[in-house]
Design a protein around this ligand. Structure first.
Ligand SMILES: Cc1ncc(COP(=O)(O)O)c(C=O)c1O
Length: 484
C-alpha cells in the first residue's frame, strides 16, 4: 500500500506547488502548515460521508449551516438569508442562473452580464439554454451600468438575471454593484454578485481600512452572491457558498424526486451523492482561522499586493492594467517584450504567473492571484520578475511566421475536421508523435512543451471561436487513457 502512496507522490512531482506562495493562480496558500494538516485530516475523516440525504449524516447539515452563517455575517446578509455549500464557484454560478431561469419561466430567457464576467456564466448559458447578453465594460474595466440598463431595457420580458463581479478575475476590479443592482431592482429582476474569488477577502480589506466599493447584501437589489471557500477562504478544493437574500429566491434551486421505486431524492446542489470531505475541510479551516485569522491573512495578502504594485512602478517595461481593488493584480508589458515570454521566464524561476490572451483589441496580460503566503517571498518575486522582463526584452516578442499567422486567421473552426485539428495541434507543439512521451519514452502520452510562449502566441492570433475549438480538440486528445 505504501507503494501506491509513493507512486502518487511521484505523480505529484510534476504538478505546480500548492504551498510556498509561488503559484499565483489556481491555489491560495495561507502559509500555515498546521492549518493544512488540520484541513487534510478533516477531509480524510469525512471522505466517505455522503451528503445525499441530510437526515442520514446530520454532521454535514450542521457544518453546511455553520459555513452559511459565517458567510452571511461576512456579506451583510439579512436574517432571511438562505444558503447552500456547493462544490465550487462554477456550481454556485450555475445554480444562481438555473434558479433565476426557473423562477421566471419565460420563452428564450436571457441574462445581462458585463463582458468581464467569468466563463461560468457562459457555461450556465450553455447548460440551461439561457442567452447571454454581454455588455462592454468601461475604460476602467468595470461594468457600465448605463449600457447594462440599455441592454436590460431592450428586452425586460425575457431577462431573468443581471450580473456583476466583485471583483472580476481578469482585471481584479469591483463592478459598480450599487448601480447594477438598482437597475435590476427597477425592473423587478434578480441581481447576482459573483464574488467567488474576492468575497472572502474583500470584507477584511474594508476592515483594514482599504477603500472597497459597496457590493454585499448591504446593497439594495442584490438578490444572490457566490463566494468560494476554496479560494480566499483558504479551504481545500471543493467548496463555495451560494447565498440568496430569501428562501423564496432559493426555492427554484432545490430539487426533489419521489416518483420512482427507490429512495426519495432531495438535493440543493447539482451533485446528489457528494463527499463530506470538502465540507469538513472547509469547516475545519473556517473554525481554526475565524475572523481574526482571516483579518491577519488579508493583511498579509494586501501587504504583498502593495509591495508588488510598488515594485511594478519601477519596472521599465511593465504596467498595471488597473489599480487592484482586491488581491488580484493584472500586468501588461510594453511592445519591447511579450506577456507569454515573461510567464515562461517566471516559470523557469519557479514562479507561476498566468498568461491571459488578448481580448477585443486589448493586448495579452499577466494575472496574479496573490495570497498570504506570497508575502514572505515577495522580494524574490520582484527580482524574478525583473530578470524575466529583461530576458523577454532580450529575446524580443515571440514572432509567429506571417504565413502561419495569415493561415490561422483565415481558419473557420466550423469547417475543420479531426485530421485538421491533429495537424494544427501538432504544428502548435501540443500533440507529440504518438508513442513518445515527455521524456522520450513510449507511453503514448501527449508531449507537452515546457515553454508555452509560442503556443500562446499562436492561440492569440486565433479568433475566440477557433481558440475554443482548438482547446476542445486538445482536451479531447489529452483525456484518453494511456494504452498499457
Ligand atoms: C469571479 C469568478 N467566478 C467564478 C469562478 C469559478 O470558480 P471555480 O473555478 O471554483 O469553479 C472563478 C474562478 O476563478 C472566478 O474568479
Amino acid at each position: 500500500m505504501s507503494d501506491v502512496l509513493a507512486r502518487l507522490k511521484e505523480l505529484q512531482a510534476g504538478d505546480l506547488p500548492v504551498h510556498g506562495g509561488r503559484t499565483l493562480a489556481y491555489v491560495y496558500d495561507a502559509g500555515m502548515p498546521e492549518l493544512d494538516r488540520v484541513a487534510r485530516e478533516a477531509v480524510a475523516a469525512f471522505a466517505g460521508t455522503n451528503g445525499l440525504d441530510p437526515t442520514a449524516f446530520p454532521s454535514m447539515l450542521r457544518m453546511e449551516n455553520d459555513l452559511v452563517a459565517f458567510a452571511a455575517r461576512l456579506l451583510d446578509a439579512p436574517d432571511t438569508v438562505a444558503g447552500t455549500v456547493t462544490s465550487g464557484g462554477t456550481e454556485s454560478v450555475l445554480l444562481a442562473v438555473q434558479a433565476a431561469r426557473d423562477a421566471r419561466r419565460v420563452d428564450r430567457p436571457r441574462m445581462v452580464i458585463p463582458e468581464t464576467a467569468h466563463p461560468a456564466f457562459h457555461k450556465a448559458a450553455h447548460y440551461f439554454g439561457v442567452e447571454t447578453v454581454r455588455v462592454p465594460v468601461g475604460p476602467d474595466f468595470r461594468a457600465d451600468p448605463a449600457a447594462m440598463r440599455a441592454a436590460v431595457e431592450a428586452d425586460v420580458e425575457r431577462t431573468v438575471l443581471v450580473v456583476a463581479s466583485a471583483p472580476s478575475y481578469a482585471h481584479g476590479v469591483v463592478d459598480p454593484v450599487t448601480e447594477v443592482a438598482a437597475l435590476a431592482a427597477d425592473h423587478g429582476l434578480r441581481c447576482h454578485v459573483d464574488a467567488c474569488i474576492g468575497g472572502w477577502v474583500l470584507p477584511y480589506a474594508a476592515r483594514l481600512g482599504r477603500g472597497v466599493p459597496a457590493w454585499t447584501f448591504a446593497v439594495p437589489g442584490v438578490t444572490s452572491i457566490s463566494v468560494d471557500l476554496h479560494k480566499y477562504g483558504y479551504a481545500p478544493k471543493g467548496t463555495s457558498v451560494l447565498l440568496h437574500r430569501t428562501p423564496a429566491l432559493r426555492r427554484p434551486q432545490l430539487f426533489s424526486s419521489a416518483d420512482w421505486p427507490g429512495y426519495t431524492m432531495l438535493n440543493s446542489t447539482m451533485q446528489s451523492t457528494k463527499s463530506g470531505g470538502p465540507l469538513a475541510g472547509a469547516w475545519a479551516v473556517v473554525n481554526t482561522l475565524g475572523d481574526d485569522g482571516y483579518l491577519r491573512l488579508a493583511g498579509a495578502a494586501f501587504e504583498a499586493v502593495d509591495r508588488i504594485v510598488a515594485g511594478i512602478a519601477s519596472q521599465p517595461h511593465l504596467r498595471l492594467v488597473a489599480e487592484p481593488d482586491s488581491t488580484l493584480v493584472t500586468l501588461s508589458p510594453d511592445g519591447a517584450c511579450d506577456a507569454f515570454t515573461i510567464c515562461d521566464e517566471m516559470a523557469a524561476r519557479d514562479w507561476y504567473v498566468q498568461p491571459q490572451l488578448s481580448y477585443r483589441g486589448q493586448p495579452p496580460t499577466i494575472h496574479l492571484s496573490v495570497s498570504a503566503a506570497t508575502l514572505e517571498a515577495v522580494d524574490d518575486f520582484l527580482v524574478a520578475l525583473a530578470e524575466s522582463v529583461s530576458a523577454a526584452v532580450s529575446a524580443g516578442p515571440v514572432r509567429v511566421d506571417p504565413e502561419v499567422a495569415a493561415f490561422v486567421a483565415a481558419l473557420d473552426p466550423a469547417a475543420l475536421g479531426d485530421d485538421d485539428f491533429d495537424g494544427l495541434l501538432a504544428a502548435a507543439g501540443l500533440l507529440g508523435d504518438a508513442g513518445t512521451d515527455r521524456s522520450g519514452g513510449s507511453s503514448g502520452e501527449l508531449a507537452l512543451p515546457t515553454r508555452m510562449a509560442e503556443v500562446n502566441a499562436l492561440l492569440d492570433l486565433a479568433s475566440p471561436a477557433l481558440r475554443e475549438a482548438l482547446l476542445l480538440a486538445f482536451l479531447d486528445r489529452l483525456s484518453r487513457p494511456t494504452p498499457r
